[in-house]
Write a protein that binds this ligand. Structure first.
Ligand SMILES: [Zn+2]
Length: 184
């Protein structure tokens, strides 16, 4: 669940969505984990590796069903927050898809038995629904390569984009409105 590779996905999307602040992109990519922490704090979720009495898979935030629900809601919220922007639809779609990218990445990495021995995968829905996942993080080597490599790759995409953009931006001449120079 907790993973810096998610933040990397958010950074890597920046060139495709220059109008959205990088902080929002990272927040969207990590939204399901943030929800997990919130639900765990109020007792709705149990141990990350869901073992012990009363424990269950992370239904409320990491099931496929709820990931779709939260991603749609996140996209709608983002479109509403950006309602004054002419890019509002795009903002909603990009942030909604990014929120769902979290589930896809978790599906690839779970069950992450290299980190939590009892992890059985992420659920499709509630109750006795199947636990799924490709299990990339059964190997500690894969954890390091994906987390560190993924983060560096995402950061590289973001930095290259920023450098290129700073070269492309028109330099505001004296007397010219600085509003033309967009904030990043
Ligand atoms: Zn997660």
């Amino acid at each position: 669940m907790a993973s810096i590779a998610h933040a990397a996905v958010g950074l890597a999307v920046k060139p495709l969505a220059p109008e959205i602040h990088a902080g929002w992109l990272i927040l969207a990519a990590m939204a399901l984990d943030i929800l997990w922490v919130a639900f765990w704090a109020v007792g709705l979720e149990t141990s990350p590796a869901y073992h012990g009495p009363g424990a269950h898979p992370p239904w409320w935030d990491h099931s496929l069903l709820m990931a779709v629900v939260w991603s749609v809601l996140f996209g709608l919220l983002a479109a509403w927050l950006g309602r004054r922007s002419r890019h509002r639809t795009r903002i909603g779609v990009v942030l909604g898809l990014l929120a769902f990218s979290h589930w896809v990445l978790d599906w690839i990495t779970h069950p992450m038995t290299a980190l939590a021995r009892t992890d059985g995968g992420i659920p499709i829905a509630f109750g006795k629904s199947p636990l799924v996942g490709l299990g990339l993080y059964r190997s500690m080597t894969a954890v390091w390569i994906t987390e560190i490599g993924g983060f560096l790759a995402g950061l590289a995409v973001y930095v290259v984009w920023r450098v290129r953009r700073s070269h492309q931006q028109p330099v505001a001449r004296p007397g010219q409105s600085e509003a033309r120079v967009e904030n990043l």
